[in-house]
Design a protein around this ligand. Structure first.
Ligand SMILES: Nc1nc2c(ncn2[C@@H]2O[C@H](COP(=O)(O)OP(=O)(O)OP(=O)(O)O)[C@@H](O)[C@H]2O)c(=O)[nH]1
Length: 210
């Protein structure tokens, strides 16, 4: 296991030299979390963040949420997606279960906020979330989860209960050092603005949604 401050070597992360760069206790409406920022030496503005409950027991089956950045939903409460509500629920659940939220800076499934806004324009013209990415010449989902595994390993965690509806997130752990012992659903009720988006996630992206 890496010592704190050692580089986290992750071939598939896209952030191969991420280290624990800084940390502090953050009092939130959900309770206190130790926020730990992980980034490479040259990356000061978009570190991945771990929000760790102060009493998290790394030897337990830790409740973990891997949440990809969604500025529109997480910060501004956009109803086009389920992200903001999922983050709210994840913080509530991890606060109660003494768990961890890993906030991954993979905005727009890894295409970035500029491309995501372009994709939204295309969706307003009738495309779905998959067609829009493809129309822009981009991957449907460009995310990698290697850095998240490195962060969990840095926290001393080896067994997790993963909060997700996304089979790719579960599969990403493969035969690696972290074992997903349980998947916990995190389902948001559809509204009129995100109904089509959630339908595409369920039918075309294989998410476990009712
Ligand atoms: N390209 C693109 N990205 C989107 C769109 N709507 C939401 N997103 C992004 O999708 C990602 C969703 O991340 P998560 O909630 O962690 O993951 P998930 O794949 O929905 O899986 P869950 O763990 O079940 O929530 C975020 O990066 C959002 O910015 C969209 O229409 N187009």
């Amino acid at each position: 296991m890496p010592e704190h401050g050692d580089p986290i070597l992750l071939p598939s992360s896209g952030l191969s030299d991420a280290t624990r760069r800084a940390e502090a206790l953050i009092p939130t409406p959900y309770g206190e979390f130790q926020m730990i920022a992980y980034a490479g030496e040259a990356e000061d503005y978009t570190p991945h963040l771990a929000l760790v409950h102060p009493e998290m027991d790394p030897a337990s089956d830790v409740v973990v949420r891997l949440h990809s950045e969604c500025i529109t939903g997480d910060l501004f409460g956009s109803k086009r997606c389920d992200c903001g509500e999922q983050l709210d629920r994840a913080l509530r659940m991890t606060a109660a279960a003494k768990g961890v939220v890993v906030y991954l800076r993979q905005e727009g499934r890894g295409i970035g906020i500029i491309n995501k806004l372009k994709a939204y324009q295309l969706q307003d013209q009738g495309m779905d979330t998959i067609q829009a990415n493809l129309h822009l010449g981009l991957d449907i989902d460009a995310r990698h989860y290697g850095v998240a595994q490195g962060i969990l390993t840095d926290l001393g965690i080896s067994r997790i209960q993963l909060l997700t509806n996304n089979p790719e997130k579960v599969d990403s752990f493969g035969d690696g050092p972290i074992r997903v012992v349980r998947r916990l659903p995190i389902i948001v009720s559809p509204g009129k603005e995100n109904r089509n988006y959630l339908r595409t996630k369920q039918l075309d992206m294989g998410h476990w949604l009712k």
